[in-house]
Design a binder for this molecule. Sequence first.
Ligand code: FE2
Length: 391
Amino acid sequence: MESISALNIAGLPKIYFGAGKFPELHTIIPSFGRNVLILTGGESLKKSGRFKALALQLNQAQVKYKVVSVWEEPTTERIDAIASEFRKMPVEVVVAIGGGSVIDFGKAVSAMLVADGSVKNYLEGVGTKKPSGTKVPFIAVPTTAGTGSEVTKNAVVCDRKEGYKKSLRHDAYTPDVALVDPELTLTLPRHITIACGLDAVSQLIEAYTSINVDVSTDSLALKALWGASESLLPLALGQSNDISLRSKMSYAALVSGIRFSRSGLGAVHGIAGPVGGLFPVPHGIACGKLLFPVMTFVIKKIVDEKNITAQKRFADIGKIFTGEAGGDDIFYCKQFLSTLDKWTRTLKLPQFSRFGMTAAHMEKAIALADSKNSPAILSKEEMKVILEVVR
Ligand SMILES: [Fe+2]
């Protein structure tokens, strides 16, 4: 029987979740102030007319706003440039409306508006200064369903010149508000829907089976895994306009962020991290591609090692994926793997070589990779076998 583990629960944002919630944003913003910096990503929000409606409502409420478009991944240079431009202005609240990168941009800018110097100084493993945790209030509005960044305490920042991706992290950098409206994801292109969905699913699986068990979010995670498994393939195969499916995936992404903030992630992310830092494979594609081969090794190891606790956790997921009853844990572990195999074959994700992965990249990625909080530690030889399969 599992014991009750120690808990380390950081705060959550105030979460507004549901289809049709976006129009409430103009009533939430003024509770933090009347001078707003809005960061947005692509054009879809503007084309949909949603941004025009928000702008009108802010004008009517006499809320002053500035808009900055951010297209790329958050880089140290761009965060520094935005922060130094807006430090001179009275910004009382930062709002980020976009995918995971835009939310991470907003998170980092909200922190750096009240910090000195470059964000580089505060990055884990790079800088020498500790983040203070002081920030301008921050509202996250995701338009994709994947990273769960709307509820996490870190922003992933990359430095192109130095070639790294590192986190700016502090409990207090968790957004103050996460407004999650699945309607915003209805117009996402298929490849982004798939990549983001695979990221959310990988995060949920790895966080639910992590050695850092967090019983307080178990039931949330299992319900989110059910929703993700119900919606991943239908969304990819033509039902992208179904708001019920979109809601299940947005919920999965949201809960994945809540869960992995507490439990951490596993070997899929332990390999996908360095892989994404070395060449431009989309994070969700990297996770999705690695999921089946990594989990095949993990399941084999936990069975060989008679790790009953881990088997039970994977069996919980297998049960949800199949909807069947009556088998034992080993049976459901196999069902779990066969579901991942079916997703892999159906989605036909591209090999990493399509994104420029070379043999040299592979060696570097293996050297940097780790198994994070996976219940089975993968050896460098096993990682090599896995990367040869997906290269
Ligand atoms: Fe991820």
